[in-house]
Design a protein. Structure first.
Length: 275
């Protein structure tokens, strides 16, 4: 009985503010606190996914970039080539396409007869220690050299493209997430309060904490008596189905653009209750 009474009191509070909130002009726009706007921007599944991809992907990208050697970009087909002697083969802890990466050290002489030591990397253990190998070095910097067919970096450059995909996905999804958040904030700032009656729901295929996220549909009537459908997504279905009619805010110019208040963080609901 107490639960029902609280729900009724809550509905009455919303109802008393209907006229006050039903103002769409910028002159009478609601002053939304910064933290309320921030909570709206970060609410939902997409911000969580985008932030995860940007942060985790960015960290991985930075870590692997630190072991890449951009000296490989300095080599060209016109650089001098000579013979050298392989000195040592060392196993590394890195793998590429499930093949271990090995470090090769060698010695050689340039065209002026000066001796240099060098290193390079490649996958697989090419067992030619103490063998004669083909060396390529930079004409203006003979200390930068490699065995032909190997690389200076521990990892291949193609991994940059692979690692960049994840933060890129995060940035793209964050763009759409921010855009969606801005739309919600604008509706909350200028929109009109209404009430929607739950009609049905469908699973989205996404989950949060192993809980399925559902898309819920509500029918509501605008101030002109026209009927519209509002949509809310949440993994906490009970929050959007615990009342006979759920409060929402809709764009008076396009009522199909509506925000279900109970699908947003609690700070938003408290703001609309206390305003």
């Amino acid at each position: 009985m107490r639960f029902t009474k609280n729900k009724e009191q809550r509905r009455q509070k919303y109802q008393k503010r209907r006229t006050r909130f039903n103002i769409g002009s910028s002159k009478n726009a609601r002053a939304l606190p910064f933290f309320l706007k921030l909570s709206v921007m970060l609410s939902g599944v997409m911000p969580i996914i985008s932030i995860s991809f940007v942060v985790i992907g960015g960290i991985c990208f930075a870590v692997f970039m630190s072991v890449l050697d951009f000296q490989d970009l300095s080599f060209s087909s016109s650089d001098p080539k000579t013979k050298g002697k392989l000195l040592q083969i060392n196993s590394t802890n890195s793998f590429e396409n499930e093949k271990r990466v090995f470090e090769y050290t060698f010695t050689f002489k340039d065209e002026d007869g000066n001796s240099y030591d060098g290193y390079c990397y490649t996958t697989g253990n090419v067992n030619f220690q103490d063998s004669i190998v083909d060396i390529q070095y930079l004409k203006n910097d003979p200390e930068t050299s490699r065995i032909i067919g190997t690389r200076k970096g521990l990892l291949s450059f193609w991994i940059i493209i692979f690692l960049a995909i994840f933060p890129l996905i995060g940035i793209i999804t964050m763009f759409f997430s921010i855009n969606n958040g801005i739309k919600k904030i604008r509706i909350l700032k200028y929109g009109k309060l209404g009430y929607g009656r739950f009609i049905n729901m469908e699973a989205t295929g996404s989950k949060i904490n192993e809980q399925t996220i559902y898309r819920l549909f509500f029918k509501f009537t605008d101030e002109e008596g026209n009927e519209h459908t509002a949509i809310g997504e949440t993994h906490k279905v009970h929050k959007l189905t615990d009342e006979e009619e759920e409060p929402l805010v809709y764009d008076q110019n396009n009522p199909e653009n509506a925000v279900m208040l109970d699908a947003l963080p609690s700070v938003v609901r408290r703001f609309f209750l206390k305003t």
